[in-house]
Design a binder for this molecule. Structure first.
Ligand code: ADP
Ligand code: MG
Length: 375
């Protein structure tokens, strides 16, 4: 129970030139924790609201458990939604807020009592049941909103940025609680956020969206290790992946990534992506900060694979330190040992773990590495 299928779904708002959701095509498995992530305005909420039945579908089909639901009203969908702004009824007590959905569904009074008390215990809000929403903190309100969703025991939970109004500490805490709850209840959950850290820590699978279009669907690790395009590569990970412009040349059957400052051997597993006619095409080499390395510049001839650079600034986060180095016109961020201090204008050498780098076609933004694999 609780599987969901989007079959080429579109949402066109009246008077808008481009669709808010453009050919959303995806199956979600029963019990899955799926996260929709992307910048503000990319169509996450619209997608969720179509699933909840709060927004009409312009084109395409939506199925829940193989049942066609395009025209099914929200109350008949066996779905509970948690919003960013809690949406609690101010005149009702916490108990009544949680019980309301059950009452409307004509659940027996005794049953309601059992369920509300159980949910309150799980969420540790038993002592708040008699209060009104205005007597609660933000975190407590969000728990009540979660409680209301859970009490109904729906097949599917939908959550739209439920943690955005909480401060950092409470956000991390509630995030952990939602993960735990979901794994205990094993109900299909679709969770919307613009925060890539939230997406990476919560989802078993993540959908990255941009301009209404799905960019990539993958588990967190795969999204990080094999981004399908420049957008995903830049969106996932903080500080973000370094992008270095250049082109690819072939010498004696070997490929090199080159620009004015560098000439780096391309690892062989990328060759299939470059074997087609790539003359004059610009590429972007993507390097995560942890895959770049710094060492002192001894002033001697540049060694192969090492490139001269200058320190711009250093950012120390506690566990890590990030050194921003200047490489021609380009700034590259390198994760380093916080014990090694670098000062502005220090001259250093930088190298890249070439077996970990990514290559993208500059114009389309598509990963060359993945295309190569598919051939
Ligand atoms: N009711 C509406 N009428 C017209 N345009 C809308 C409406 N709701 C959202 N949009 C537009 O649709 C796009 C996607 O919005 P939304 O789904 O809210 O994005 P997100 O939740 O990812 O921030 C945006 O460009 C937004 O301005
Ligand atoms: Mg939204």
């Amino acid at each position: 129970m609780g599987s969901i299928t989007f079959n080429h779904v579109y949402k066109r708002y009246k008077g808008e030139a481009r669709p808010a959701v453009n050919d959303f095509h995806l199956s979600i498995e029963e019990g899955e924790f799926l996260v929709l992530v992307g910048p503000s305005g990319c169509g996450k909420s619209t997608t969720l609201r179509m699933l909840a039945g709060l927004e009409e579908i312009s084109e395409g089909d939506l199925y829940i458990d193989d049942k066609y639901v395009n025209y099914l009203s929200p109350k008949d969908r066996d779905i509970a939604m948690v919003f960013q702004n809690y949406a609690l009824y101010p005149n009702l007590s916490v108990y009544e807020n949680i019980a309301l959905g059950l009452k409307l569904r004509k659940t027996a009074k005794h049953d309601i009592e059992l369920r509300v008390n159980r949910v309150a215990r799980i969420l540790e809000i038993s002592h708040l049941l008699g209060r009104k929403p205005n007597q609660l903190s933000g975190g407590q309100k969000q728990r009540v909103a979660l409680g209301r969703a859970i009490a109904r025991e729906p097949q599917v939970f939908l959550m739209d940025e439920p943690l955005s109004n909480l401060d950092a500490k409470l956000r991390a805490q509630t995030r952990a609680e939602i993960i735990k709850l979901q794994s205990e209840l094993k109900r299909t959950t679709v969770y919307v956020t613009h925060d890539q850290v939230e997406a990476m820590t919560m989802g078993t699978r993540i959908v990255v969206m941009k301009d209404g279009i799905i960019q990539q669907v993958a588990p967190p690790r795969e999204l990080y290790d094999q981004p399908a395009n420049l957008f995903v590569a830049g969106f996932i990970g903080s500080p973000q992946m370094n992008f270095i412009q250049g082109s690819v040349t072939r010498e004696d059957g070997r490929f090199y990534f080159v620009n004015k400052r560098i000439k780096l051997p391309v690892p062989e597993h990328h060759y299939p992506g470059f074997n087609r006619d790539r003359n004059g095409i610009s590429f972007i080499m993507g390097v995560r900060p942890e895959h770049a390395l710094l060492k002192a510049d001894t002033g001697r001839e540049e060694e192969e694979g090492w490139v001269r650079c200058e320190v711009e600034m250093t950012e120390i986060t506690g566990a890590d330190s990030y050194v921003y180095v200047r490489l021609g016109e380009q700034t590259v961020i390198v994760r380093t040992d916080p014990d090694k201090l670098h000062r502005k204008d220090d001259k250093l050498l930088v190298s890249f773990a070439m077996n970990k780098v990514h290559f993208f076609e500059e114009q389309s933004g598509d990963s060359v590495s993945l295309k190569g694999d598919a051939q």
